[in-house]
Design a protein around this ligand. Structure first.
Ligand SMILES: [Zn+2]
Length: 140
């Protein structure tokens, strides 16, 4: 289970809409307990591919995000990217690039911009894609 703060979810959707028609991407930092992964901060990164169908995160921004997570005692919980015109599922390329079995891969589809759909996945060593439940929570 992935828990995302309500405001962070809103920010994530806004950022992805802002990046249209290009794919947006970023990282999720936070803590993990028995209940699941609690996202404490969403890091909005530059899509170096500047593309509507691919993304690669700016390595410098990635490094800065990881550094910030460490400074806060958080860990990397996952990443997100948007699909400007395709469904909220991992593409073959997404699966190929999902090499970390411990993190979550979130995809926000903006195929219908008025109705964004976010899904979370994990990818195991055999490249099986498992859908992961996620929930919004209120950050105090
Ligand atoms: Zn994708």
């Amino acid at each position: 289970m992935v828990f995302i703060g309500e405001k962070d979810y809103e920010r994530l959707v806004k950022y992805c809409l802002l990046c249209l028609p290009k794919e947006a991407c970023g990282l999720l930092g936070g803590i993990q307990d028995r209940q699941g992964k609690w996202v404490k901060r969403v890091y909005f990164l530059t899509n170096m591919d500047n593309s509507a169908e691919h993304f690669s995160m700016d390595p410098k921004e990635q490094f800065a995000a990881i550094k910030d997570m460490r400074a806060n005692g958080w860990k990397l919980l996952g990443n997100f990217h948007s699909h400007p015109a395709s469904p909220p599922v991992l593409s073959e390329e997404d699966i190929r690039l999902a090499y970390d079995v411990s993190i979550s891969y979130l995809v926000l589809s903006l195929a219908d911009p008025g109705n964004p759909v976010l899904n979370a996945f994990q990818v195991d060593r055999e490249r099986n894609v498992l859908e992961e439940a996620w929930k919004k929570y209120v950050l105090y």
